[in-house]
Design a protein around this ligand. Sequence first.
Ligand SMILES: [Fe+2]
Ligand SMILES: [Fe+2]
Length: 412
Amino acid sequence: MSVSRLDAEHLDLGSGLEVLLQARLAGLGAGDLLEVRVPSRSVALELPAWARMHGHAVVDDAETAAGGHLVTIRRGATRRVLGGDQPEASPPARLRDGAFHSSDMRVDGLVPQTAARDGGFAPIGSVPEPGAPRFDWRLHRRDGVWAPDVAELAEQASGAQWDASDDIPWEAARAVPELLEGAVAQVMTFIAQNEYAALYVPARFLPQMHPSYTEVVMWLASHVHDEARHIEVFTKRALIGGYHGFALASTELSLHSLLAEPDFTAAALLLNVLGEGTFLDLLRFVERHAPDAATAAAARLAHRDERRHVHFGISHVRHVVDGDPQRRAMLVRAAEQRAAKLTELTLSPLLTEGLTIMAAGSMRPAALSEGAAAVRTLMQTMERNRIRRLRSAGFDAPTARYISELHTPNLM
Ligand SMILES: [Fe+2]
Ligand SMILES: [Fe+2]
């Protein structure tokens, strides 16, 4: 049993004395004594009730020569928090040039291979207090959701935010000739339509993600946020000239089948690697052939975000198939199952026409012929790059070609 002393100076209960007492009692063992000098008799009289309420006991109370009181509290065995002791403090977090990078949040660098399926919202480094309600996280295994560079990607996303109201030179979109404007409105409507699926797929997985994989949670949230801005910017571009593009039924069919994929990795393959990968080439095309600076800026800024999304997909799928080569067959099956639902599908002629007119820049026959050639080249570029991305994601050349051929004619 130890005896220690505390001078409360002018503090009383309700003005901070209880904080000081709790801090000192927390460092004592059960049965240890704390002699507290308090400023007045009224505070001394309040302390027995306070101590009892917190599982301790006042065992002595004596007036001091200076007029205050010396109250002796015996520490009880109660704990303020359920569960064991706090672990020893870890070494301080690493800073690089003053920055605390997301990839340095885990002091030991270790990401748990599995997380308790019924665990809760315990931030990295925290000690979960027992007695919390039980959750049921479907995605609670690291290798099913992880990408080695996911922390950096989430950090890049938060550093690369832009504003679809102010960062686009909207006035530039006002001077586009009527026929061209109609084509742009249709292409923009098509892109915006697809951006919804790019938002809803990660959003659907977010509430299934175990909070222990904080970096993936941050990543998915940034992905959702990016796509909300893409919906916004392409919708605004479609609206600005007053035209009404069609939200295409063929696109809906394709996106419906994308949302139906229940597996996180298969969805990453279908959305991030194949769909958003193909959109990278589409956005480059739009940027190059945009009739105005607003359309070009929207495509360029969205492209910058899509590169991150595609990077995550490739990095995650590669991580999964490197860890478990059997998963390749399952991923091929997912692509086959989706393709089986889309056998009737072709790329909408409305989109092909819109892209052709954009690339032609006018309705002159010679220009239209060049526009059509540019669209054909785009389709070839899309296929070549899809295969290249699938190779980077860990598929051999014949499988990459096969999966690319299965990809939806809707592009996303
Ligand atoms: Fe997007
Ligand atoms: Fe995206």
